[in-house]
Design a protein around this ligand. Structure first.
Ligand SMILES: [Zn+2]
Length: 480
């Protein structure tokens, strides 16, 4: 599963390293009497994590973040029959201790206690934890976080146990959340939590972010380590949310050169984006040689997004997913932004088909959410050409040049040993029992598997008035 596409000379080395690593872990679990599925390399094994309840939360009527998009996505995935192409898991919720692996206890405590009803009592903490308009307090806020984070953590453990080659959690990808602060509609950073899990076993993790916004929370968390390389493609002009992601943000200390930013301008089209993506990711993988990859597939980089300003089609967005998949490196795929709900559902459904190597009909299958997909009821609506492309060839070549110069400093990825784990990660690695718990939990998740993907959650009380604002146009009052 860890074979690279190019650099033939290096191939064997990397393959061996990664496989050795997994063999050791597998032997450990098997000797402990756990039923670990043996790897089969003739077919890509995909595991899909969907929490039935995660789409039922509501940020507020006018708020652009609609968890219901997750219900829609899951619905299309099932209606297209893709549950036959992968293992479906109903994940468990993340525990407090798991969330505390990254987040501070005072912040987690706040998230657990605050409700819309008692919010007045906590108002003095709102500024400190950056809660307010962008990140409102809504019913079940912490429960929502536990659900999407639990799915990412379980997906990470599935990869560690070699129970799948690719794991998907469309409810994850909340890349802006900070250790002690909500940001950009994100409260708990599931990507950081999942990556910390992966670092227990995988020496080097590559994080790739194709959301239109900079993946600032993930970059910040791993800014000074060389075990995680973060690569973010995003709109940057110094002003666009979250304001970071300048090409000069390259990492610090041990992590110097291990943060990579690809700043883009309004209106980038399919051809330019996919070209840049492939150029950069080919080079990054050649230099960094990751043992696992986390791919954040924020769908606000699509054309016609309510908050975005790129021109990407669903096909081009999915082509980036295909490019990453083709490296055959253990892969965790998560969602992220995406504010034109119908297109988010189309995009992640299409990307599920890319990951499961399934051909989908252009006509959407009959389904009870059909009205969302008016008037064409197609999988690939025309999303191009709404915004003028400000990325000329000279600019793109300059950015590419800067990226290549930075990557030259990586030359060859160091052979990282587990005892060299940076101190901030070492803390939670203490104790073998935790690893055992991880596998037990993972297996418990498997036992709850529902081959039909579970009951489809119907449009409930949260969504009665919710079709008002699935906007056609750019909505500049929101940050993320
Ligand atoms: Zn975004």
């Amino acid at each position: 599963m860890a074979r690279q596409k190019h650099n033939e000379d290096d191939d064997e080395d990397m393959y061996t390293f990664s496989e050795d690593y997994r063999s050791q872990q597998k032997a450990k679990y098997m000797s402990a009497g756990n039923n670990v599925r043996l790897a089969s390399h003739d077919k890509t094994r995909v595991a899909y994590f969907h929490d039935e309840g995660v789409g039922n939360y509501h940020y507020g009527e006018r708020h652009p973040m609609k968890p219901h998009r997750l219900t829609l996505t899951n619905h299309l995935v099932l209606k297209y029959g893709m549950h036959d192409k992968m293992e479906i898991f109903q994940p468990r919720r993340a525990t407090d201790d798991e969330i505390l692996n990254f987040h501070s206890s005072d912040y987690v405590d706040f998230l657990k206690r605050v409700t819309p009803d008692n919010a007045d009592n906590y108002e003095k903490l709102f500024q400190r934890f950056n809660v307010g308009d962008d990140c409102p307090i809504f019913d079940g806020i912490y429960d929502f976080c536990q659900r999407y984070a639990g799915a990412t953590i379980e997906a990470s453990r599935k990869l560690i146990a070699n129970g799948a080659d690719i794991c998907i959690n469309w409810s994850g990808g909340l890349h802006h959340a900070k250790k002690s602060e909500a940001s950009g509609f994100c409260y708990v950073n599931d990507i950081v939590l999942g990556t910390l899990e992966l670092l227990r076993y995988f020496p080097r993790v590559l994080y790739i972010d194709i959301d239109i916004h900079h993946g600032d929370g993930v970059q910040e968390a791993f800014y000074s380590t060389d075990r995680v390389m973060t690569v973010s493609f995003h709109k940057y002009n110094g002003d666009f949310f979250p304001g970071t992601g300048h090409i000069d943000e390259i990492g610090s200390n041990l992590g110097k050169y291990y943060s990579l930013n690809v700043p883009l301008r309004d209106g980038i089209d399919d051809e330019a984006y996919v070209w840049m993506f492939k150029e950069v990711i080919d080079a990054v993988i050649g230099h960094f040689r990751p043992s696992a990859i986390v791919l954040q597939c924020g769908a606000d980089s699509l054309g016609c997004d309510r908050l975005g300003c790129f021109n990407l089609s669903i096909r081009a967005h999915g082509q980036c997913v295909q490019i990453v998949k083709d490296y055959k490196i253990p892969l965790l795929v998560v969602g992220g932004g995406g504010y034109t709900v119908r297109n988010v559902a189309r995009c992640w459904t299409y990307e599920t088909s890319v990951l499961t190597n399934t051909t989908l009909s252009e006509d959407l299958p009959p389904n009870e959410y059909r009205d969302f997909f008016k008037p064409d009821y197609k999988l690939h609506p025309d999303l191009k050409g709404r915004v003028e492309n400000q990325n000329d060839r000279t600019y793109l070549l300059k950015v590419r040049q800067r990226v290549m110069e930075q990557l030259r400093y990586l030359d060859s990825a160091p052979s990282i040993q587990m005892q060299e784990i940076p101190p901030d990660i070492q803390g939670f690695l203490d104790g073998e029992h935790e690893q055992q718990d991880a596998i037990n939990d993972s297996e418990r998740g498997k036992n709850r598997r529902n081959p039909t993907g579970g009951r489809v959650v119907h449009e409930g009380e949260w969504y009665e008035n919710d079709k008002d604002n699935e906007g056609e146009s750019h909505d500049s009052s929101w940050s993320s």
